[in-house]
Write a protein of this length. Structure first.
Length: 361
């Protein structure tokens, strides 16, 4: 059948008609045309309440409370005796001791800020030191407090090397400042130098010197022989020296670091003196402070949770040497531990658990 249009007169072949595009949705099958999100199973490990990360977080949240409960059950007689003696003491002096205890956490936060160049949030820093106090009484040699502080620094964006260097500077500043305070007390009160019982003998001094030389010698040998440790140790030393130099160019950091470190033993002695005055201890604040400085210097290096044990025995012995009755000196130390350890331990553990749960630590 011929067409009425004059198409046959056009030269050349007819142009090909372009194919009409078929929509992808129409060409596809009905199942693949509508994309559907895969259904999340109730056993998905990312949302399951039994996921490893969630279990670890819940375990870390409950661990401080469990450790405190176990410690309280094992040392229940000390808690009971100390609480009974404090119940009959002067409440106003006990309130003064509680005030000095709270000031100790504030000073600890100040020293922590002075040991690092980065600016830290004051409220969270104080809360971390309150929580670190609870951890410090569970693990020996301040390991718990340093671990909590290091986790807090990392959560605030502080690199691991700088955070570790700040812990080392903090640990160095406290004994150096305490030794300076002790020498200042001995110079200011020379009449107390006749107490020969408090001066270590030559054998003890030789043992301490041998321990220090052995520690530094071992570190030097490990650095020289083990290549895997050489680079991180050199990096740590370089970071620590750089941060220490930067910090000591800032007067505010110097005052916070060294002033706070020097005030720490004075606040601790004020707590002991307040408890002693509440119980009728026949010693002055100067004698109690010097007794604490001598006792903590003599046995402070013994790894015990929060210094409990060796420092307590040395403190009782030193106060007896100054003229205090044995029973009253022991009661003062027990009351001091109740006021500084057992009273804030449960709140500190709760703060620690909350900070772990909120991923601040």
């Amino acid at each position: 059948m011929s067409s009425s249009l004059p198409l046959s007169d056009l030269p050349g072949p007819l142009p090909a008609c372009p194919a009409r595009p078929v929509p992808a949705v129409a060409a596809a099958s009905p199942v693949s045309a509508v994309p559907t999100a895969p259904a999340r199973s109730s056993l998905d490990p990312a949302r399951s309440p039994f996921a490893p990360a969630r279990l670890v977080r819940h375990a870390l949240t409950l661990l401080p409370l469990l450790l405190i409960g176990a410690w309280a059950a094992a040392d229940w007689h000390t808690v009971r005796d100390g609480a009974a003696r404090l119940a009959s003491a002067d409440p106003w002096w006990l309130l003064a001791g509680l005030f000095f205890t709270c000031m100790g956490w504030v000073v600890a936060a100040v020293v922590r800020q002075g040991a690092i160049p980065d600016r830290l949030p004051p409220g969270l820093l104080l809360a971390s030191q309150f929580a670190a106090g609870a951890a410090n009484h569970v693990l020996p040699a301040s390991i718990g407090a340093h671990a909590v502080t290091l986790r807090f620094l990392q959560s605030q964006g502080v690199p691991l090397a700088r955070g570790t260097a700040s812990l080392a500077l903090y640990s160095l500043a406290k004994p150096v400042a305490k030794t300076a305070v002790l020498l200042g007390f001995l110079i200011a009160f020379p009449e107390l130098l006749h107490l020969r019982e408090l001066i270590p003998d030559r054998r003890t001094l030789l043992l301490v010197a041998a321990g220090v030389v052995t520690a530094f010698g071992t570190a030097a040998v490990l650095m020289a022989t083990v290549r895997a440790l050489r680079r991180p140790l050199l990096g740590f030393v370089r970071t620590a020296l750089t941060d220490a130099r930067v910090l000591h160019t800032r007067p505010g950091r110097v005052l916070a670091l060294w002033g706070g470190a020097a005030a720490t033993p004075l606040l601790q002695a004020s707590v002991i003196a307040s408890v002693g005055f509440a119980l009728g201890l026949p010693l002055s604040w100067t004698q109690v402070t010097l007794a604490l400085l001598l006792a903590s210097t003599a046995v402070g290096a013994v790894p015990a949770p929060g210094g409990i044990g060796p420092v307590d025995a040395a403190l009782v012995f030193t106060m007896v040497t100054f003229g205090a009755p044995m029973g009253l000196a022991a009661a003062t130390v027990i009351g001091y531990r109740v006021l500084t350890v057992w009273v804030p331990l449960l709140p500190g553990a709760l703060v620690l658990s909350i900070m772990v749960q909120r991923k601040i630590l």
